[in-house]
Ligand binder design. Sequence first.
Ligand SMILES: *[C@@H]1O[C@H](CO)[C@@H](O)[C@H](O)[C@H]1NC(C)=O
Ligand SMILES: *[C@@H]1O[C@H](CO)[C@@H](O)[C@H](O)[C@H]1NC(C)=O
Length: 440
Amino acid sequence: MMFDPRLILALAVWIAYPNHCLGQYHINPPKTIFPDLELPSDHKHTATVFEWKNLQYGFPSEQEREQLIRDGRYNPDSPIPIDIDVYYPPNGSPPRHFVTSPRFGQGVPFSLAYVTNVQRENGSEIQAYPSYQWHSSHGANCDGLTSVYRIHIDACGQMWVLDSGEIEFVQHCAPQVVVFDLATNQLIHRYRLPETSYKAKVSRFVNIFADIRDPPPSGQCKDVFAYLADPTSKAIVVYDVVGQSSWRIENKFTYPDARFGTHSVAGESFELLDGPLALAVTPLGLGLRRHLIFHALSNELELAIPLDILNNATNWQKGFSSSLSDFVTLGRRGVQCATHAISRQGFWFCGFLEPIGIFGWDIRRPYDRGNVQPLALNPVTLQFVSGIKIVRRPADGQEELWLLSDRLQKIFAGTIDYGEINYRVMRCDVEDLLQGRVCF
Ligand SMILES: *[C@@H]1O[C@H](CO)[C@@H](O)[C@H](O)[C@H]1NC(C)=O
Ligand SMILES: *[C@@H]1O[C@H](CO)[C@@H](O)[C@H](O)[C@H]1NC(C)=O
């Protein structure tokens, strides 16, 4: 596996002048950190798989659509897509694409959906998953789904769903983890968070990463620790699936940094002082002590904590002062990036706010300016990458990077124009990205 020669040159320069460059890392504004960058001129193939001007919901009937519009439970311009994940059925049938659109406001008919082949006026139609009934109580039935921010599909075809339980920031139901078997679309597991694992009226659960410790072909995806991001209460929750318990991690490493509370994208900005958002574990089989790599949305720091420390509840009984010396500060990026993903070979990917693009890092190298490198820049299509996943393609075993971009800054600023494409689902082979064959 080789990086683009441009990247290798940058790395060589960094090794030759380590102190100089580390110094610059702190002093330079983000724009000048990557001076040699060129926009890709050669787009091999189009990476956009789905695009929307606004999300196009499908309903069980036309009457239902009209009723919801009358009730204020569907406002076509209210929903915002946040996350994407993809499932390749083992029998070789076509992949299924899932998107989420949390209930920030009242006008979101359902928050977990799959994308259909039906083309509507402003983009592909989405349909409720696993069924419309799971969503139609709008918070009245806590056995359904109230508001889903993000999902994680594992190697056994299980979809891990994190439901925040809120509508328009009012807690209707306890936050919950719900797992569906994608082969049968059946509920196979549910865990409602106990009151000790969240802060009522403060918590907002927005991201989940399920670490499968017994993957196929030999394992059954039963030995799982799931990590949940709660940026508003500034915590990570560890959920021990086998032990049926959960605990909170909240300390100075999970806090935002006020200097990164302003998020600027393409000339517009918004304020968010959010804690943990990005979660991913270092892969099995690299021969390294395994870590959770994470960061707060409103912070430039990239951090890690060993899984053996994280997964033992005894280590977290002292609140803010628990296990502090086990946290590793990997480095600083000088700018925010939202969610991230790590490939099987140990390459990390995140969508930077400035310059607007996907950056990559080999987790075996220091997290610094020479090693955290742009792999694809596109100031139009990559505005606020709020969902990013790595999916193994069964046909040839290659990994694909999937992302969803949603121009969140325009939603906050009220400048979104539904006459143009605002939301995109895009895909690129991990190997193509690493070799400089840009497709975004
Ligand atoms: C959990 O950590 C405690 C100390 O913090 C240690 O005594 C105990 O053996 C650990 N448990 C496991 C299962 O490793
Ligand atoms: C599609 O977008 C146009 C332009 O913003 C809007 O007027 C129309 O209502 C949208 N249609 C649907 C079905 O969302």
